[in-house]
Design a protein around this ligand. Structure first.
Ligand SMILES: [Zn+2]
Ligand SMILES: [Zn+2]
Length: 401
């Protein structure tokens, strides 16, 4: 069964995953109270109905599906993934989420009933490959969660397929939309909820966008093909002990199995350069993919029909009356962070509109700031926002009214 447990939507949001990683890498989670956790991570770890509930009992599974801990002799043991994630500027949300997709199996060692001999399927990878194949084929670049659930239930594809034939099989499956939707509707209760939650987690990937039931892909057809074939499921043999298996999988992350396929050759590289990014690092690429995310832009400008540049206040609609949407979208989170979801949809409050000149200047400021502190990225959401506020106060140009 496709299992998942995230506790609360906020806990699987990348900036928070990093905070949790920081905590478990140097503290013992077993026995800690939710009050202590709130101070250390900013997250509550409470049972909504039972305030005295033991956070470990309540959230052990969530921490395991995120591959942050295993359990040995009644203690929470941090994984290699937690140790890597705790360092800001070490990994991007795209790298983490794609890796998670490659190593999340059905059956899962995070849950009771795991049997290492069962031939695995890869539910997150399946969902991603379904979306990528559908888009690569020139079909609709989106699928509903019901459709993905049904496709998983009604086919024998595992998600490990990574050649041309595998893509053709996924495309054939995606042509069966109506049948998939019907099968997807038959799922109820826990399984349906867990699948939906894991798909929300996945939608933080920079080129995905979630709106209600629907997940949309904003990548060129060629890039979809590239990502499809480069994503590789971990293969058995798996260890019999589920906790040792969790640790083994996590070690693959720092062991160099994370590939550098987020080059998005056709979509992104020139954009990164043209945007005035100095280095063109993988962090900056993640940031640019989000800002170029077609669906997210569409939703953002629908919610802000007459935006002004957040920095110089230029109203491009009146200044350039003949042109629509001259403004760029700028993402306010750390460069390596994906988009956040509020469970229902990709969050818009992490975005501002800026004119192209100001946008370029903002990224120059980021570059200077990061070099000054010898960093590759901002440590936290708060820090990224504070640097943006510094830019707003340092701006000395004409303010358009
Ligand atoms: Zn401006
Ligand atoms: Zn930007």
């Amino acid at each position: 069964m496709w299992r998942w447990d995230q506790g609360h939507n906020a806990y699987t949001q990348f900036p928070n995953v990093r905070r949790i990683a920081e905590f478990v890498a140097s503290n013992q989670f077993v026995g800690v109270s939710s009050a202590e956790l709130l101070i250390a991570t900013g997250l509550e770890f409470k049972h909504p109905a039972k305030p005295d509930y033991n956070p470990w009992r309540q959230y052990a599974r969530a921490l395991k599906v995120m591959l942050l801990v295993s359990e040995e002799d009644g203690l929470a043991i941090p994984t290699a993934v937690a140790k890597v994630l705790k360092n800001a500027g070490a990994v991007t949300s795209d790298e983490y989420l794609h890796f998670l997709a490659e190593v999340t199996t059905d059956p899962s060692p995070a849950f009771r009933g795991y049997d290492h001999r069962t031939a695995p399927r890869y539910p997150l990878l399946f969902a991603l490959k379904y979306l990528l194949a559908k888009t690569a084929s020139g079909g609709t670049a989106r699928a509903s969660r019901t459709e993905i659930r049904g496709a998983y239930k009604s086919s024998s594809l595992t998600g490990a397929e990574h050649d041309e034939q595998g893509m053709l099989d996924f495309i054939a499956l995606s042509r069966n939309v109506d049948a998939n939707v019907n099968v997807g509707k038959t799922l109820v209760g826990d399984e349906k909820r867990q699948i939906n939650e894991s798909l929300s987690t996945l939608s933080q990937i920079s080129y995905l966008h979630k709106s209600g039931e629907t997940i949309t892909v904003s990548l060129s057809n060629d890039d979809c093909r590239i990502v499809f074939v480069e994503m590789n499921a971990i293969q058995p043999p798996f260890l019999e002990d589920p906790n040792l298996e969790l640790q083994r999988r996590a070690r693959l992350f720092s062991g160099g199995s994370t590939h550098d396929f987020f080059d998005f050759p056709t979509t992104i590289v020139t954009d990164v350069v043209e945007s005035g990014f100095v280095e063109g690092t993988k962090f900056e690429k993640t940031h640019v993919v989000i800002e170029r995310n077609r669906k997210l832009r569409e939703q953002f400008f629908k919610a802000n029909p007459s935006p002004t540049c957040s920095l110089c206040r230029l109203q491009t609609r009146t200044t350039y009356g003949w042109a629509d949407r001259v403004l760029d979208m700028h993402h306010l989170l750390p460069l390596a962070a994906g988009t956040r979801t509020d469970g229902r949809t990709t969050a818009l409050e992490d975005l501002v509109a800026v004119c192209p000149s100001c946008h370029r200047a903002i990224h120059r400021y980021y570059g200077i700031w990061l070099r000054k502190y010898k960093r590759k990225d901002f440590n936290t959401v708060e820090e990224a926002r504070a640097v943006y506020d510094e830019i707003l106060t340092s701006f000395s140009g004409a303010i358009h009214v």
